[in-house]
Design a protein around this ligand. Sequence first.
Ligand SMILES: Nc1ncnc2c1ncn2[C@@H]1O[C@H](COP(=O)(O)OP(=O)(O)OP(=O)(O)O)[C@@H](O)[C@H]1O
Length: 263
Amino acid sequence: MNWFTDISVIREIIRPLLDILLLAVIIYKTYSILEETRAIQLIKGAVIILLIYAVAYFLQLNTMLWILQMLAPGIVIGLAIVFQPELRKIFTSIGQGDLFTLQSRSKPFLVESVLNAVEILSKMKRGALIIFSRKVGLKHIADTGTKINGDLTTNLITSIFSHDTALHDGAVIIAGGKIVAAGCFLPLANEPDLQKSLGTRHRAGLGMASESDAVVLILSEETGAKSLAYDGTIYYDLETDDIRRELKKLLQFSDEIKEEQTV
Ligand SMILES: Nc1ncnc2c1ncn2[C@@H]1O[C@H](COP(=O)(O)OP(=O)(O)OP(=O)(O)O)[C@@H](O)[C@H]1O
């Protein structure tokens, strides 16, 4: 009998605890993914609508309640469409079992190889588009280009972008410490606020950073400006030291040091 009471006590305590713990982790992870994207506005908007609903409910403002109830399904569907990239990020993150993973170290020498190449290319007045894959797989993007699977070296990056070969056009994808593919086609950002002077290379970089968690390094052929795009935002014309610091910070989330990582 004792063991039976013990089990039911454990069940009574462990089950709600587990329930709360899982919910807290999901809410926290969702918030941390959303916080660096435009979806934070979505959360603020949702909180305001909920507050209006609560006030209308307690004061029995029937017309307001009726309107909110009528609009609710439309709002949910509309938001799901507008924030589809952010939702995809959340579900991919959950699907890849990242909820409980700890941050891993970045490999500083990989960052240095890329930065050296960018310096050389900048002096040669060449443009470049370099994608660092993080947790979200980029196989569908790598498939649009030419598979390389070569070691990440300054020479390889420089030669990809410095010659007028088919590979210099498009983006290079880096994952697992390797140059996985080159000449890749990226989705273009549909950002009305983006500076008019920024052309398709920058739009493609921002598009990639909006649709995935990738970090994108963009070297402008025209101005030599080096920019980073990540979490749906482009940071234009940064100093090399700032790029180095940001890359090391951002890529510590990367699986790029895990040999088993796929694109
Ligand atoms: N969707 C895309 N995916 C990958 N690369 C792209 C894409 N669109 C453009 N590019 C790259 O950008 C190059 C054209 O850059 P463009 O001059 O239009 O843009 P930009 O942002 O003004 O860049 P820059 O300052 O280097 O001139 C193309 O030759 C190609 O290499």
